[in-house]
Every structure is written in C-alpha cells, then in structure tokens.
Design a protein around this ligand. Structure first.
Ligand code: SF4
Length: 329
C-alpha cells in the first residue's frame, strides 16, 4: 500500500483541554461496533454511564450529545474514557479525528480536517505540496487512465494557485475555468492546452454581478449546527482581504476533493464547492483560521450539507459561474 501524507500531518497534536472549540461539542459521535461492544461490557460507574448514553439509530450506535457536549466530556476539558482507560479505549471516530483517510485502492492519501482548530492552523500556515504520482496497475474500482488524468489535472490546478503573477481572485477564477477544462478532458473531449492568459479574458467576459448576500441566504437554508454559525451568516463582519492564505485554503479543498471525482465524475461540482467556500469564508470576515474552521465544521462535517452544496453548484441561482466570476473580478 502506497501511503501519502502532507508534511504537516505528523505535526498535529490535539490541544485537548486548551482547545478553543473541541470536537466534543455539538456532534453526536458514531461508535464503531467493536468499541460499542466494549463500552457496553464495562463494569462500574463508567460502564453504567456508557450503557445509558449509547443509542441505536438505523443499525448504528451513537453517543448523543447532552446539553451541547459529549456526555463523556469532563469539566476539566478531558475525555472521561481517555482519562480512565487510556487513548486506545477511544472509539474509532475519536481516535481518528481530525485525520482524514482517502483510500483509492492502490494508494491512500492522508490529510487533516479543517474543522479542528489546530488542524486549521496547520493547514493555513504550511505550504501544501502535491504528492509524487503513485504507481498504478489495473484497479477493479476505477479506470487507471481516469485516475492518472485526475492526478495530472490536480497537479496543474495546484500550480495555478501558486502563480503569484495572478492575484488570489484571479487564481480562483482560473481554477473555476480550469475545472471545466479538466472536466472536459475527463469526459473524453480532446482539447487544446489551457492558457491562463486566455482564460482570464474569458472570465472577464463571462462575469456578471454576483451577490454574497444570496450566497449567505443559500447557506442559511442548509442544516445549521451552532447558533454562532447562524449569527455569522446573518450578520457577517467586514470581508477580509484576499491574502495568500486563500491560496492555501483553495489547495486544501483541491487536495481533499479532486480525486474523489473518480466516484461520480463530477469534478466541476467539487471545484465550485471549494471556490464557493473560499468566497463565503472571506465574506464572513473575522479571523481567517477561526472562520474557516467553523465553516468546515458546519459544512464539511455534514454529509447532507456537502451533497446539497454539490447539487447547488448546478441549481442555485446564487452560484452560477458568471456570478461567481463576477464576485472574483
Ligand atoms: S477539535 Fe482538534 S484540537 Fe480540539 S479537542 Fe478535537 S482533535 Fe483536539
């Protein structure tokens, strides 16, 4: 198995009781079957408490939050299971978070989730590198040529974001148009080489007035986890400057989603997802790392919200290509 991970992956250390947010808030925790069985078998006060708080839903076991917190959360900010039984006793969800694993059969890519404050700090302060191409033989799950094309186009998309002769909004406009170019290649169309200079002219000619308020209204229509997120969407601070950190943010979305296209061939939807989230995070203002972390917690950690955003790339009037380009021009 070929495993690839960003350099900052091994730098991550959980902030535990010093965490400004905590993954023990707001989320119900999915408990893997092995841990659920172990927890239910425990003696004493901890076992009794765990049996009280474990709930079955649709054939899966969850630890449901109580008063906004995981019932195992202690007032000193530590996890009761970890404190009493050690790290190995944590369920898979808690052991893994915020580590991401993308298994593509012959190779696996690891990453960190932006929804953790410490991971967000690392993601937005470290250079994102592409990985060497994996060695691919025939894989049952996908066509080798399609995966090679996705790997190649991902590399080119990352390189576009590195072009400092283009401003950040220009680089994001180019990313949108390059997404269409790569989608066409994936769909089997023979195309001429992508010219960023020509694409910028196209972006300018296509751009129409867009509305960040319409975008916020769309996000208010999605499932909202925390009152803080609703408040930010309703009354944003002043939009932040387009700093180079947005290049890192866009690269994070590319590294997380680009290759997932192999499952359904929807590359444009994923590119628009990343661009829309960059626009939204800037629009909401405040500290970029904190805003990006909250946004990721609300959107990326909710499969229904991610699916809704992928659909909206084609159906939401606020997210048409010309309006997104207008907001980036
Ligand atoms: S959100 Fe991240 S830093 Fe905070 S407690 Fe969870 S894993 Fe640790």
């Amino acid at each position: 198995m070929q495993i690839r991970k960003p350099r900052y992956f091994d730098e991550f250390t959980c902030l535990a009781s010093a965490c400004p947010d905590s993954c023990c808030k707001e989320w119900d925790v999915l408990i893997d079957p092995q841990s659920a069985e172990f927890y239910r078998s425990l003696p004493g006060d901890l076992g009794q408490r765990l049996r009280q708080v474990l709930t079955e839903e649709a054939g899966q076991t969850f630890m449901l939050i109580e008063e906004g917190r995981c019932p195992m959360w202690r007032k000193d900010g530590l996890c009761r299971i970890q404190a009493e039984l050690g790290h190995d006793a944590l369920c898979k969800t808690c052991r893994d978070f915020p580590r991401l694993t993308h298994d593509y059969g012959e190779f696996t890519e690891l990453g960190l989730e932006l929804s953790c404050p410490e991971a967000a700090r690392l993601i937005l302060s470290r250079e994102t590198e592409d990985f060497p191409f994996p060695v691919l033989s025939d894989c049952e799950d996908y066509d080798r040529e399609d995966m090679l094309l996705l790997l190649q186009t991902r590399r080119e998309a990352l390189a576009l974001l590195d072009r400092k002769d283009f401003s950040v909004p220009q680089a994001l406009s180019l990313l949108l148009l390059y997404g269409y170019h790569a989608q066409s290649l994936l769909d089997g169309e023979a195309l001429e080489n992508f010219s960023p200079e020509e694409a910028l002219k196209t972006a300018k000619s296509l751009a129409k007035t867009g509305s960040t308020q319409e975008i916020r209204t769309f996000f208010l229509s999605l499932e909202v986890l925390t009152p803080g997120w609703k408040q930010r969407l309703t009354a944003p601070s002043c939009p932040g400057a387009w700093s180079d950190k947005y290049r890192l943010l866009a690269k994070y979305f590319i590294m997380r989603y680009w290759l997932q296209t192999i499952s359904d061939f929807d590359l444009v939807g994923r590119v628009k997802l990343g661009i829309t989230l960059c626009l939204l995070i800037r629009e909401l203002g405040g500290d970029l790392v904190q805003t990006a972390q909250l946004c990721s917690k609300e959107i990326e950690n909710n499969t229904e919200n991610v699916d809704a955003l992928l659909d909206a790339a084609y159906t939401c009037p606020a997210l048409t290509d010309d309006k997104l380009l207008g907001l980036l021009t």
